[in-house]
Write a protein that binds this ligand. Sequence first.
Ligand code: WQD
Length: 339
Amino acid sequence: MKILVTGGLGFIGSHTVVELVNAGYEPVIVDDLSNSDPKILDQIARIIGYKPVFHKLDLSNENSVKELAAKEADIDGVIHFAASKAVGESVQQPLKYYRNNFYSLINLLEVYSGKPLNFVFSSSCTVYGQPEILPVTETAPIQPAQSPYGNTKQIAEEILQDLITSGSNYKVIALRYFNPVGAHETALIGELPIGVPQNLVPFITQTAIGKRPKITVFGNDYNTPDGSCVRDYIHVVDLAKAHVAALKLLEKDNFNGYDVFNIGTGKGNTVLEVIHTFERATGVKVNYEIGPRREGDVEQVWGDVTKSTNKLGWKAELGIDTMMSSAWEWEKYISQNPL
Ligand code: WQD
């Protein structure tokens, strides 16, 4: 089974390519390299033993997508990661986010609309905002988006549901990720933030290795056990495996239409707990200070993963210690072996 993986050289995409091959699928990678490095293709090859087919293209360009579909007409499924995803940047450049994230999705859906297709969409727990009830379930109300990025995820889910309602022969699963962290056990692929990391764990590992003098904890005056924000951190390899489970469910004859699943561990950790777990798991001290809250942060969110366990047949297996130690091994590797 041939699976088109858009954004397949990115952090989650590259790990998913590896798990697709492990599960016997043939991945075809599409990436515009706007937020990824082409050398990740060689790194993937070192893990799976061959270099997958790779098309460099901008999915928001309709003609490029038509050319892609002519070359890759016989695909059995799509896993759609390709999107702009920096919350802060989306507030500064909303049109870039609406153009890229919606043009790419619609071009892709239109060009393959003539045939049955299994479609896995990369969504986000961002759609929940600050849930009233925790852990948050898939039936929780969708809160007004806190950023254009979050809005593109909410509207994309609606576009996909409307497409199914219109009688399309697509079958769709949306996966709402919580916080993906960590790296592959080989330390050959991992998170490659461009410039100053926005996310917590790459900032921790860059501080630990000495690239950054310290990390600022954005607020310790929240209503949480130690005052810092709570998130549901999930190992990127567990997250990648959830995409294989989604394809398996889509392939079942009795699956039709659209469904959505939380992809997290079902557990929450505070920022300070993550920092201290990193120190314990690696033996490396992290220099941090407490600073002001970050605009747009929700206080606490973690997922109810009952539906994913029971219906998707998937459950996270790797714990926070492995998330931290694998992220550290990757940071050491990439610092000694710049791509
Ligand atoms: C986690 C916690 C920060 C950096 C992100 C994406 C979102 C979605 C999920 C894709 C927060 C704190 C961070 C730092 C800190 N991804 N922090 N100091 O914001 O939960 O969501 O992952 O869909 O789009 O934005 O993740 O890693 O940025 O922050 O204290 O230097 O760490 O305040 O509480 P977030 P994050």
